[in-house]
Design a protein around this ligand. Sequence first.
Ligand code: RRO
Length: 306
Amino acid sequence: MSQLSLSVDIAGLRLRNPTMNAAGVLGISASLLKRVYEGGAGAVVTKSLGPAPRSGHFNPTMVIVEGGVLNAMGLPNPGAEYFVSAIKALRAEGVPVVASFFGASIEDFRDVAELLSEAGADALEVNVSCPNVQEELGMLGADCLNTEKVTAAVKEVSKPPVFVKLSPNVTDIAEIAKAAEMGGADAITAVNTLKGMAIDADFKRPILTNVTGGLSGPALKSVALRCVWDIVQAVDLPVVGCGGVANWRDAVEFMLAGASAVEVGTAIRERGFGVYKEITTGIEGYLEANGFGSIKDIVGLAQEAA
Ligand code: RRO
């Protein structure tokens, strides 16, 4: 029996291992999220929930591109209130739930946070980084002042730890992370998708109805890794890495950059629900082979070498 510890603590949220699904991937029902947990994830993350149900953009909302996927779902979700029972059901089965959410105003963010906090979510993930909505507030996190204000408003009403999920579509992500820290964030999730587009040469038009979308998958990994690296140098908060993690080696690289845990989304397409178990087992093998006793022994190790 291995003596290794694979559990992690992210701002007081204790997880059996450092893997989660990325928000938006399989987060739309309790039954799918339960399968993510049964697939081995340490916690599950809901689709971003808003103050009211929303149908999202018209199809096509997704296209496979070189090295990944472009999506422009447009924040489709059943509304935070509807999802309260799903959160309660998952928690009753012992599944730790990170509730991802967004708002159309600072007041919305506060109200939804309060609802999800009362519902018993184990952590809240504030989505200030959706690339796919025209409304200014879908991308509040492009601006330091707004990031700080939203975070502070959410913190005022939240019992569980608050993660703020940041966008790579900014000039200096470290500055935005500092603003979230000033607002009282307990952790940073980095990153949301990278804005891109696809054009069909035969039809001579953009493929996505929304024209642009968010890029995820392997093509995003090196950008996400650099974002985690910059954030770790700028703030004194735990970081959850997200963007192009497909296997244990990717996860370890994010940890060496300073991430305490990783979210895995697009890789589910190819590897299925078992991807979480696969990654955790791989991390365990890596720790063992390199003589480490726990995840925290490798968090940020590459920063010391740079
Ligand atoms: O629903 C979406 O279009 C979406 C969201 Br909320 C997000 O945060 N990131 C993304 O790539 N798509």
